[in-house]
Design a protein around this ligand. Sequence first.
Ligand SMILES: [Zn+2]
Length: 78
Amino acid sequence: MTHHDPRAGLTSDQVASLLLDSAPYLSCDECFERLDAYAEAVLADPRHTDVPLQVHLSACGVCAQEARSLVELLALDG
Ligand SMILES: [Zn+2]
């Protein structure tokens, strides 16, 4: 019997369909709330991914710019 465990993570198909959806998955407020933790996680592990956040960043130039400056700030700090 095969049972798909939803906690096992997204399949690449699911990720692809999320990325194809141009509608932001998170609101900008939710995105901003997560940016600090995301930037720190990316600096600690460049392979870190946060799909909902990255979908939002790919669709929202304002938050993408904010994320970039945050990562640069943290990088200078470290
Ligand atoms: Zn946004």
